[in-house]
Design a protein. Structure first.
Lengths: 206, 206
DNA sequence: GTCTATAGGCCGATAGAC
DNA sequence: GTCTATCGGCCTATAGAC
């Protein structure tokens, strides 16, 4: 029993190391650079262990996606339930680090059925959460669903933020400052509580 | 001379065939599936010809990007100069087929310096054109640049349309119909001349 | 669960004949 | 400009010993 526990603890540690290595490679070199040999090299393991623990490379991508999405959704729920949900959701959605991995999975999803399915499911789940937040905020401000349906607000917020993040990652920033100012001015009317003096959208990384 | 001409005609034909094949593979299988052997197979040629005519694979991607962007920019200018520029720009920007290739180049740009540079340059050029269109439209409708700077309008339009196109390609459509209706209602106030009975955003493919 | 060994395959790119 | 031939490398995945 003791050895069984130790064994499964070791196994969990190895699995985590493999997933961490995969994530690192995806962030830095893109999904196309992920190979069992490279993953193993980064994790300090033999490449055969990748297949032993995860099967095919597709299975590995899927496992990493699930781990990532689960953590993301949990913290997204927390942000939604905070006292300042719109600000927190907006800040999260323009965060460069988070978007990097998402961008890779989106690119991967175009050509891998399994990833596409999981990504679509995850996106719908997030959208529903954000739509509920918007429904509450719009109602509080007396804006009728006919004027702006909550789901439209959440599609717009998600779309604008993702576009800004994507462009910024590619070195395009024409009009970004003006757009950020425009959007945040609007969000403030809707309940954003950030004071004007604070720098927006620059979450510090530890 | 005659043989020289014929020779360079043949060369141009081969180059076009290689670029066509590359484009087809990128659309259908993604940039990661592009290899000199596969390109040659699709084009009905030997793989060495790919290197002979284009050098490295990076050079090939770059050549295809330039061809694509040149054609895109030309037709974009035509759309901007039409009598109904906002509608035409919007329709173009949510076109699924056009966005498929752009998405691949964006994914590629994250990891290839040369592509990233070219993409950034192209994006700025397009943005400036669209911003000029918006400046004209907003002025015609008496909306001051303080209320909504033209560059903000063009960032928003580009961002929203790209987000919708990306999500649709991945099988996510929650809130899309409502958002399309919302945006197009707004665009109509700004000079879109489509009649309400026409189906929006469904450009027929031959 | 991790090791060695290996099958079987696709890749980019170049050399040299024609 | 296109051909044949080929080098050297990285890839996924599995088999079988320990």
């Amino acid at each position: 029993m003791a050895s069984e526990r130790r064994s499964s603890e070791e196994s969990a540690k190895t699995r985590t190391a493999i997933l961490d290595a995969t994530e690192k490679i995806m962030r830095e070199k893109g999904y196309a650079a992920v190979s069992s040999r490279r993953v193993a090299a980064v994790a300090g393991l033999k490449s055969q262990l990748v297949h032993y623990h995860f099967g095919t490379m597709d299975d590995l991508f899927l496992a990493l996606f699930r781990r990532t999405e689960e953590a993301f959704f949990t913290s997204h729920m927390r942000a939604s339930a905070s006292s300042n949900p719109l600000q927190m959701l907006w800040d999260r959605s323009i965060d460069a680090r988070g978007n990097r991995l998402v961008a890779e999975f989106m690119a991967l999803a175009h050509h891998r059925e399994a990833i596409r399915t999981e990504l679509a499911r995850a996106a719908k789940r997030i959208r529903n959460v954000e739509t509920a937040v918007w429904a509450r905020m719009l109602e509080e401000h007396g804006i009728s669903p006919e004027t702006c349906p909550p789901v439209v607000a959440s599609v717009l917020m998600a779309g604008i933020s993702r576009a800004l993040a994507t462009e910024a990652a590619l070195g395009v920033s024409v009009g970004h400052a003006e757009t950020l100012a425009f959007v945040e001015r609007y969000l403030q009317q809707m309940g954003l509580q950030r004071r004007p003096t604070e720098t927006p959208a620059r979450k510090k990384r530890p």
